[in-house]
Design a protein around this ligand. Structure first.
Ligand SMILES: C[S@@+](CC[C@H](N)C(=O)[O-])C[C@H]1O[C@@H](n2cnc3c(N)ncnc32)[C@H](O)[C@@H]1O
Length: 222
């Protein structure tokens, strides 16, 4: 079973503020997500690690009708998503892991935003990617956003990130966070991410977006 990074209490409550501060262009990326994926045939989307429902909100607001399943192991995050999305008829929220989902049900699109860096590259990343691939139709589109790069790229892009942070943040908070990203989170190189995707059953992924340490990737289920 995959390790789970549970977001609880204050961490869940302060989440949206946190991502806006620390991920430049996060809202741009989310706002364009439905447009980016609008070529999909049936618009049945699986949002893995849906957190507080940020991606789901964008799909709901898009002019096209999407049927959305959001899954997340954190009860606090699912509760926030549920409060925000208010029983929208096109949205199903599930507290759990992708491996809990019925393997017979296949989706046309999946997203995995800001999740993979919590999983070690000791089989956990691959298992999650395989669990997702196994729940997608052949030809389904899969989009990821994650901290990506080799050690030197991450180091240099953390300096860029530091320059882009809003004014007035506490210096200790900044250095703790940058240190955590560099030393505690499980980022992988672009080559390794590609290899993991291919092993899990996807085509070679395309890097289509970058904002400091964060890269956006698109691929297709084989
Ligand atoms: C940084 S948040 C990202 C939330 C959302 N995707 C977004 O962009 O706002 C990471 C989320 O991944 C969830 N998570 C942690 N481990 C997971 C796993 N093994 N499978 C799926 N989700 C996981 C956490 O509970 C958390 O809600």
């Amino acid at each position: 079973m995959n390790k789970v990074e549970i977001f609880e209490n204050e961490r869940a409550a302060g989440y949206n503020q946190f991502v806006e501060t620390w991920i430049p262009n996060y809202n741009y990326f989310l706002d364009r997500l439905p447009k980016l994926l609008s070529g999909a045939n049936h618009k049945n989307v699986l949002v893995v690690g849906c957190g507080t429902g940020n991606e789901i909100e964008r799909f709901i607001q898009s002019p096209e009708t999407w049927t959305i399943t959001g899954i997340d192991p954190s009860p606090e995050m699912i509760k926030q998503a549920s409060d925000k999305l208010q029983n929208n008829k096109n949205v199903t929220l599930i507290e759990g892991l992708v491996s809990d989902l019925n393997i017979e049900k296949k989706y046309d699109v999946a997203t995995l935003l800001l999740v993979l860096h919590f999983l070690d590259d000791n089989g956990q990343k691959l298992n999650l990617l395989k669990d997702i691939a196994n729940r997608l139709m052949s030809g389904a589109t899969f989009v990821m956003l994650d901290i990506t790069g080799n050690k030197e790229q991450i180091k240099q892009n953390l300096n860029v990130l530091k320059l882009l942070l809003p004014d007035g943040l506490d210096e200790t908070e900044i250095s703790n966070r940058l240190n955590r990203i560099e030393n505690e989170l499980f980022s992988v190189s672009e080559e390794r991410l590609s290899a993991l995707c291919i092993e899990a059953g996807f085509e070679q992924p395309l890097r289509f977006f970058q904002s400091s340490i964060y890269q956006g990737w698109l691929t297709t289920k084989k």
